[in-house]
Design a protein around this ligand. Structure first.
Ligand SMILES: [Zn+2]
Ligand SMILES: [Zn+2]
Ligand SMILES: [Zn+2]
Length: 140
């Protein structure tokens, strides 16, 4: 959590109590959290916080690259993960939302060259793999 807070300070953002509470909730919720889960966590220490505040802070963290947003198609809200040092992607179950880290990047420098040919400067990319986890497959 200090890492997240230090990164915010380093970028010149004020450390408001709400911002601190959202950062703390991200760490407390563990690897993956939805905005709703974060809201429940934050409310334990900061009862007057709204889902809007959670989203506002999350989008700032995402913009700064401190938090990674994992897109869930056809479900309420996305999943948030504190960005790790190792660039990686995710496997997402479209039935139950279970998410796993896939510890490598399948995008080759050749793929990225193709985009550069279009005179586009790539700074990052996101990629999720959608399917069904073992539990959902065996449940039919
Ligand atoms: Zn599943
Ligand atoms: Zn991950
Ligand atoms: Zn990648």
């Amino acid at each position: 959590m200090e890492k997240l807070l230090n990164a915010l300070r380093a970028k010149g953002y004020k450390m408001t109590p709400q911002r601190r509470a959202v950062a703390a909730a991200l760490i407390k919720c563990g690897k993956f959290a939805t905005a709703q889960q974060l809201l429940l966590q934050v409310k334990q220490t900061t009862p007057d916080v709204s889902l809007d505040t959670i989203y506002r802070n999350l989008s700032l963290f995402v913009k700064l690259g401190l938090v990674t947003e994992i897109h869930l198609p056809g479900r309420e809200g996305n999943i948030f993960e504190v960005t790790t040092n190792q660039h990686h992607h995710h496997l997402v179950c479209i039935n139950c939302g279970k998410t796993e880290c896939l510890d490598y990047c399948p995008i080759s420098s050749h793929d990225l060259e193709k985009a550069r040919e279009r005179d586009f400067q790539i700074i990052s990319h996101a990629l999720e793999f959608y399917g069904y986890c073992r539990t959902c497959r065996t449940a039919g």
